[in-house]
Design a protein around this ligand. Structure first.
Ligand SMILES: CCCCCC/C=C/C(=O)SCCNC(=O)CCNC(=O)[C@H](O)C(C)(C)COP(=O)(O)OP(=O)(O)OC[C@H]1O[C@@H](n2cnc3c(N)ncnc32)[C@H](O)[C@@H]1OP(=O)(O)O
Length: 394
């Protein structure tokens, strides 16, 4: 009786009555069409939801909404740039133009995510007790959503190519800790706009505390160690959806992810020597293991930039997708993964990763200590000054 009951429950779960008599390929077609319709419908719902927001989301969020709406409905910005004195239209133009060639479908998805994140932070902020940390309800530099068993952490500074400022490091740690405890099965990190991330925000180096550059370097190393530690210890499957170019720490961390899906527009670049710096994110250990010591040295020491195809051939990327279908294909796959039994996935990850954990923490500590020294070097300071004074880019 128990077996029959189980079989009946499984049949109910996997074969909703409306699809029971339809053969497999037709079911696939039906599901795909439903997913596409749902996406357009989500977009329309989100547009209505914006009108119902009880609080003003602020100018920055409104500009992001405007830009994503225009990109989703009209594609890349090809309007003439407004004059410098036309402040409002120039700000709108800048926000839209910053989205570059972001595909309409991605812009639509990002718009939906932004509205969902604004709705939850603005609605729930009314319930926050005085003194409660703002980050427990909303994020300044991220969009975090949780649905279909997936917690999505989206880096959200598209006008700065998603460079990681100090606030973003803290918010990512906060989001990862929350995701490790929520009821999602998998966690995804991705970027908003045309970049995945341009790596460490080089203006992080400009805010010097009273203790001088030594104190700055020491604090940076402490923050970096804690930040990378969160990735080493993350208990659920952690997946990177690399939507565009990735630089620096956003690349090195990929060695700690469980799967890396990349658009064919993505590139992978770790110009540490150019910046007078040294590898972090445990890449000095993970990269030689993943891709052989010689290939790791080409990337980490000589700063060779890899295409997505090359990164895949070397094992850093799990699979590459054409940019035009990237979001659709990847999210379909992730939604399927997220339906797998979460405890089994967590335990399997643990058994695969745990024996390396101690080693990874030791590598992380060593890399941070070496970097602390590099940040005080003339080589590093000159490279940062050159970037900030617009004398050099990568
Ligand atoms: C707690 C500390 C931990 C430290 C960990 C150690 C980590 C190390 C690293 O990650 S090393 C890598 C650092 N990253 C870089 O060196 C990238 C620098 N950026 C560039 O070279 C270029 O901006 C680019 C190639 C990424 C993109 O070029 P382009 O397409 O021409 O765009 P713009 O240069 O006009 O950029 C637009 C806008 O974004 C700002 N920006 C981009 N990247 C960064 C960055 N990493 N830090 C700060 N700001 C960045 C850029 O300045 C522009 O801003 P603006 O419009 O001028 O206000």
């Amino acid at each position: 009786v128990a077996m029959a009951y189980l079989a009946w429950r499984l049949a109910q779960r996997w074969c909703p009555s409306s699809l029971q008599v339809i053969s497999f390929p037709v079911v696939q077609l039906h599901l795909n069409r439903t997913a596409m319709r749902a996406s357009q419908k989500d977009f329309e719902n989100a547009m209505n939801q914006v009108k119902l927001l009880k609080k003003d989301p602020g100018n920055e969020a409104k500009l992001k909404l405007y830009a994503l709406y225009k990109q989703a409905t009209e594609g890349p910005c090809n309007m003439p740039k407004p004059g410098v004195f036309d402040l409002i239209n120039k700000a709108k133009w800048d926000a839209w133009n910053a989205l570059g060639s972001l595909p309409k479908e991605t812009a639509r998805q990002n718009y939906v995510d932004l509205v969902s994140s604004l709705s939850s932070s603005l609605e729930s902020s009314s319930q926050v007790e005085p003194g409660t940390d703002r980050k427990s309800t909303g994020y300044e530099t991220l969009m975090v959503t949780s649905e279909d068993g997936i917690t999505k952490i989206m880096l959200n500074r598209p006008t700065k190519k998603n460079a990681l400022n100090v606030e973003m490091y803290h918010e990512i740690m906060h989001a990862l800790k929350a995701a490790s405890k929520d009821d999602s099965a998998i966690t995804v990190l991705t970027g908003n706009g045309d970049y995945y991330s341009s790596g460490n925000d080089l203006t992080n180096f400009t805010d010097i505390p009273p203790g001088g550059v030594e104190e700055k370097a020491k604090n940076g190393a402490i923050l970096l160690r804690e930040f990378v530690g969160c990735f080493i210890d993350f208990p659920k499957p952690l997946i990177a959806v690399v939507n565009g170019p990735a630089v620096g720490i956003s690349v090195t961390l990929l060695g700690l992810f469980d799967a890396v899906y990349a658009s064919d527009r993505a590139t992978f670049h770790t110009p540490f020597s150019h910046l007078g710096q040294s590898p972090e994110g445990c890449s000095s250990y993970t990269f030689p293991k993943i891709m052989s010591p010689a290939k790791a040295i080409e990337m980490l020491v000589f700063g060779k930039k890899l295409t997505a195809g090359e990164a895949c051939a070397q094992g850093l990327v799990t699979e590459v997708f054409p940019d035009s279908t990237f979001q659709k294909e990847v999210w379909t796959r992730l939604k399927a993964f997220a339906k797998l039994p979460p405890n089994a996935m967590r335990i399997s990850k643990e058994i695969i990763r745990n024996r390396e954990k101690e080693k990874l923490h030791a590598v992380n500590a060593e890399e941070c200590s070496v970097l602390q020294g590099r940040w005080l070097s003339d080589e590093c300071m000159n490279a940062v000054v050159n970037f900030l004074s617009r004398k050099s880019k990568l």
